[in-house]
Design a protein around this ligand. Structure first.
Ligand SMILES: [Zn+2]
Ligand SMILES: [Zn+2]
Length: 341
């Protein structure tokens, strides 16, 4: 059966306003692209930033947001390529990059100055169909459902890439600050790597979930958190998934000598430090954004074994505005996935 010429999509027509579900022309894949019929699409806090205009698209509205899309290939572009109709694929925030700059050639494609962002600079996955570039569509292994796979495309991949940047190894201790979706994935990833995990959050409920997901220790994120982590032996790595600047002094205080702090969440804050504290202890601070395709593949391989499970709320696509409102109001625990079935 030929693919329909129109599709339902959630349109951002004006910043600061809710989305409008409308019937729009279905995209047609370019030579190097595939057309994907979306089965599940995750909702991310970045969508909220875009929707509010805090992270405005470089293109005029309307915009179809969404960068955690999973579905089946239903049509190939004229280049053919490595995918075939029926393959299950997913796409994250990086829609594609230039492929020839220094970053692209050295595993830093997610830092390419010229990359396209799904659901931001190109149409995203809050729609029945989306196009993906062949080379950037991640194959979803059997054993992961579309609902479980969707949040891996952004939240899971970002957590995995952040974990790797901490450089922690089996036997080391990692303190994870902020136990929303990314923190929950990071706990499981660290445990699979033989790392001791200290989970840190202000919410008792999130700390309890962290314990259930395998955290070895839990620490309340109050002003004593750094001392509490030192009493547990100190952290060889800290990773911040909490979108607040308040975790920064706690992380500095929690670090063992030569620890690495990875910053993933983006609070709109300046972070200050006393030079001596960083220099004399040999502390490293690294930023981490999204992931490259190799990191995504490694994560998907781990998840295919059933070892990385998200805490997921599922909603029908039609309730996308409720999903976004619930995120804005902080009523969401874990990740929300829109079901298109
Ligand atoms: Zn995201
Ligand atoms: Zn590049």
């Amino acid at each position: 059966m030929p693919n329909p010429l129109t599709m339902k999509a959630a349109l951002l027509k004006e910043y600061g306003k809710l989305l409008e579900i409308a019937e729009v022309p279905r995209p047609v894949p370019n030579a190097d692209e595939v057309l994907v019929k979306i089965e599940a699409s995750g909702v991310c806090f970045t969508d909220v930033h875009i929707m509010k205009g805090e992270h405005a698209s470089p293109n005029p509205l309307p915009l179809i947001m969404g960068h955690e899309g999973v579905g089946r290939v239903v049509e190939l572009g004229s280049d053919g390529g490595r995918l075939k109709v029926g393959d299950r694929v997913g796409i994250g925030y990086v829609f594609g990059a230039c492929g020839h700059c220094r970053e692209c050639l050295t595993g830093g494609e997610n830092y390419c100055p010229d990359f396209d962002a799904t659901g931001f600079s190109v149409s995203g996955c809050f729609a029945e169909y989306v196009v993906m570039r062949q080379e950037w569509a991640n194959r979803i292994p059997e054993g992961i459902s579309p609902i479980e796979a969707a949040p891996l495309m952004c939240a899971g991949a970002a957590a995995y890439a952040s974990h790797k940047k901490t450089g922690v190894q089996a036997g080391d201790t990692l303190a994870i600050f902020g136990l929303g979706g990314l923190g929950q994935y990071a706990i499981q990833i660290a445990k699979l790597c033989g790392v001791r995990v200290i989970a840190v959050d202000i919410s008792e409920e999130k700390l309890a979930t962290a314990k259930a997901l395998g955290a070895d220790e839990i620490v309340v994120a109050d002003e004593n958190a750094g001392a509490a982590i030192q009493a547990l032996g100190g952290a060889h790595g800290c990773v911040n998934f909490a979108p607040v600047g308040a975790t920064w002094p706690l992380m500095l205080a929690a670090c063992a000598p030569r620890a690495t702090i990875v910053l993933t969440a983006v609070p709109a804050d300046q972070l200050a430090f006393y030079t001596y504290e960083v220099v004399e202890r040999g502390i490293k601070v690294i930023g981490s954004s999204a992931s490259n395709r190799q990191e995504m593949n490694e994560l998907l391989a781990l998840a295919a074994k059933g070892n990385v499970k998200g805490v997921i709320n599922t909603m029908p696509f039609e309730q996308i505005n409720e999903a976004l409102s619930s995120l804005i109001e902080g009523r969401t625990d874990g990740r929300t996935v829109l079901d298109f079935q």
